[in-house]
Design a protein around this ligand. Structure first.
Ligand code: ADP
Ligand code: TRP
Length: 331
């Protein structure tokens, strides 16, 4: 039986952080054996908000390098850059005729962007969900691992696919949002306010590119308090988050020790953070170093990107042939 197609995209609009790693990339890596995976860098999407392409080029290279450093194997998955697959743009054109102005204007992410960048409400922002639908449908992907904020876009992709099928024949399957595994981890910002994010205060976010000292500094500054006064208290959010991080990067005995200290009211947060800082340094360092090696090795980077484009174009052009046939565009 052929493997199910999984697809996801990352916008190259900033440095990848621990939230991206545990919320997205770790799951991509776990999926690569079981599924036929397509992962790509959404650089066309980035143009709608980040028109400076000098910076974009660096970011695209870094995202590719960081994904490989985190364990994605370019021989197992198709890891590619969106703009290397022109077939997506052609499908986007057809799907644009199935998308209505009214529904695009009502999209939450569009309304957010209009508020955030009133000086640049470009048509690419309006049709963002159509391009995203083309990204997915071009490989006829069924499962799309994304966060909750992308669910509306997926619903729109299903609508566009259904309209296409209704008009021209059953070609495009309906994609679904997908969570890999049961535990969906959410990494909070180090000050306990909201989730760790590219756009949050840089000192509250641990980036995969941070050096050892910066990691230590950020963790030592993480919010704590004077400690529990009653045995077996409930942990405040920001303390819970430190334990979440400990669970992810430290070994079991370390976790047990600090849990016991917390429950017995003898916890010293300075020691807890020092331990977490060292374990985090050991966790991030190999990823950072491997990513830097790949990023500095231009021939390797170029080989990975070309290999990904080739795989993605093979699948994309097969879909496009069907689409053109169904639309009677195969003269
Ligand atoms: P950001 O909020 O930093 O811009 P994105 O929205 O681009 O990140 O998210 C890319 C992927 O990383 C998504 O799948 C999202 O669910 C995941 N992700 C982002 N931040 C976190 C976080 N703090 N905890 C868990 N997962 C996260
Ligand atoms: N819109 C997604 C985001 O902002 C990125 C993205 C673009 C994507 N195309 C996609 C995600 C296709 C999944 C599938 O995070």
């Amino acid at each position: 039986m052929s493997k199910e197609v999984v697809l996801s995209g990352i916008r190259p609009t900033g440095f990848l952080h621990l939230g991206n790693y545990f919320g997205a990339m770790r799951n991509y890596v776990r999926m690569q054996d079981e599924y036929n995976c397509y992962f790509f860098v959404a650089n066309w999407h980035a143009l709608t908000t980040h028109p400076d392409t000098r910076e974009l080029q660096n970011s695209v290279h870094r995202v590719i390098a960081e994904n490989v450093a985190c364990g994605l194997d370019p021989d197992k998955v198709a890891l590619y850059v969106q703009s290397d697959v022109p077939e997506i743009a052609e499908l986007y054109l057809y799907l644009n005729t199935m998308a209505y102005k009214g529904e695009l204007e009502k999209t939450t992410t569009f309304k957010d962007k209009v508020r955030q960048q009133p000086e640049n409400v470009n048509a690419g922002l309006l049709t963002y969900p159509v391009l995203m639908a083309a990204d997915i449908l071009i490989h006829r992907a069924l499962k799309v691992p994304v966060g909750k904020d992308q669910e509306q876009h997926l619903e729109m992709a299903r609508n566009f696919a259904e309209r296409f099928n209704h008009r021209y024949g059953d070609i495009l399957p309906s994609p679904q949002a997908f969570n890999f595994g049961n535990e969906l981890v959410k990494i909070m910002s180090l000050d306990g306010n909201g989730k760790m994010s590219k756009s949050e205060n840089q000192m509250n976010t641990l980036f995969l590119a941070d050096n050892d000292d910066l990691i230590r500094k950020k963790i030592m500054k993480a919010k704590t308090d004077s400690g529990p006064t009653e045995a077996n208290s409930v942990k405040p959010d920001y303390i819970e988050n430190i334990f979440t991080l400990l669970k992810l990067v430290s070994n079991e005995s370390v976790l047990q020790k600090f849990e016991a200290d917390f429950n017995g009211c003898s916890i010293r947060y300075g020691d807890l953070k020092k331990q977490l800082a060292e374990d985090m340094v050991n966790f991030i360092r190999p990823i950072r170093e491997k990513a830097a090696d790949i990023q500095n090795n231009k021939p390797l980077l170029s080989k990975i990107i070309h290999q990904g484009a080739e795989k993605a174009r093979a699948s994309a052009s097969a879909t496009l042939t069907e689409v053109r046939k169904a639309m009677r565009l195969n003269y």
